[in-house]
Design a protein around this ligand. Structure first.
Ligand code: HEC
Ligand code: HEC
Length: 324
């Protein structure tokens, strides 16, 4: 199992790049505040962070004895070239009030420690904490820099694999879509059903052969029982559905095995799909419906509306080849 929401890994990689290329040894901002109001806020924040955050985000514990990343690491993930004190504060408060994979910038930490529990601190206290973190040169443990470099390399590699899997899914989808459209134009949905039946699986297979990977479509409500998501795929499908429901974009999941890396990508309905996956008897015309019923007595893939998760692409890529 991987942690959810790898859809923001590209963004994360950018943040890392920004961090390593622009940050000096210190993680303090270049201009320190001099006005008394901000200095007071920082002082208050220093006390609040010690009371509310350091029990988990301590600097001292080493990597294996930790409950959460050190605050210096959190800070580095929340800073990039565009960050201002205001955006930093907003993002910090948003996460602390409602930790969610959708807003998380630390997928590696989530995987290691689990999602942070929500802390219902008043907004003004979190503003003070944000001021302290933002304007203080936080002490970072010795191992942090090496750890972040390692993480960056892993993130880059994962990004590459995720991108590769996405391309393969998209190209397979394009081939299927093009053939489906031709079949629809030639003989309507009723005849195109035959295309899906006789050609869909062979087409995805030949596309897979071309890329030296395994590609398939699976669903929690399959039409063809051969396309039923197994229990591992169901876990991914449910997570993908949750991420989509939470409004995330670029949703996918990546699971790394010793031999292969598997990418999971959403398949979402549009209007065109409903003539075969929509409401029986209305959107799916009677002639199409009887063709479907004859071929798929256990069909569960009707009753969809647009923009629903119809299933997922499962792209399994061998590791050896992936490292080329
Ligand atoms: C009970 C332990 C615990 C406490 C207390 C805690 N955190 Fe966390 N925090 C975590 C863990 C675990 C993570 C890493 C997993 C994650 O990102 O959700 C984390 C991550 C974070 C992140 C980065 C989240 C991301 O993924 O982008 C921020 C920001 C953060 N904490 C702020 C705070 C602040 C501010 C406080 C104090 C007000 C605080 N935390 C108190 C456990 C804690
Ligand atoms: C012309 C009818 C038709 C149209 C239009 C159609 N499908 Fe299908 N779909 C089928 C048939 C038939 C199958 C079963 C294929 C098989 O036997 O492998 C199927 C299977 C699937 C599967 C594999 C899982 C399963 O249920 O067996 C997915 C995913 C899927 N369709 C998604 C879509 C999406 C998304 C669209 C719109 C972009 C769409 N389909 C449009 C007829 C259609």
């Amino acid at each position: 199992m991987t942690s959810p929401a790898f859809f923001r890994l590209s963004a994360l990689a950018l943040i890392f790049v920004a961090f390593f290329s622009c940050a000096s040894e210190s993680n303090a901002p270049l201009t320190l505040p001099t006005d008394q109001a901000t200095l007071d806020l920082m002082e208050r924040g220093g006390k609040l962070i010690a009371a509310n955050c350091y029990s988990c985000h301590t600097t001292d514990a080493d990597l294996n004895a930790r409950l959460a990343p050190p605050m210096a690491a959190v800070k580095s993930h929340y800073l990039n070239k565009e960050t201002t004190f205001a955006t930093f504060t907003d993002e910090l408060i948003r996460f602390v009030h409602k930790p969610s994979p959708v807003y998380s910038k630390m997928p590696g930490a989530r995987k290691r420690f689990g999602l942070m529990p929500a802390l219902p601190l008043p907004e003004d206290e979190l503003q003070a904490i944000a001021a302290f973190i933002y304007y203080t040169d936080l002490e970072a443990p010795d191992w942090l820099e090496a750890h972040q470099r390692e993480e960056l390399a892993t993130v880059r590699q994962r990004d590459t694999m995720a991108e590769r899997g996405r391309n393969i899914a998209q190209q397979t989808k394009a081939i299927l879509g093009k053939n489906l459209l031709q079949a629809l134009n030639a003989g309507g949905a009723e005849n195109a059903v035959q295309f899906c039946t006789t050609r869909a699986i062979p087409l995805t297979d030949s596309s897979a052969n071309h890329f030296q990977v395994r590609v398939k479509r699976v669903s929690d409500r399959p039409r063809n029982p051969d396309n039923t998501a197994d229990s591992l795929e169901m876990v991914q499908l449910v997570e993908i559905r949750e991420d989509l429901a939470a409004g995330a974009t670029d949703v996918y999941r990546l699971v790394e095995g010793p031999e292969a890396v598997t990418g999971y990508y959403p398949i979402v309905t549009n209007g065109m799909c409903l003539q075969c996956h929509g409401e029986r008897g209305t959107q799916i015309l009677p002639a199409t419906l009887s063709a479907l019923e004859a071929l798929y007595p256990t069909d569960q893939a009707t009753g969809y509306t647009t923009n629903q998760l119809r299933g997922i692409w499962v792209v399994t890529m061998p590791r050896k080849q992936s490292l080329k």
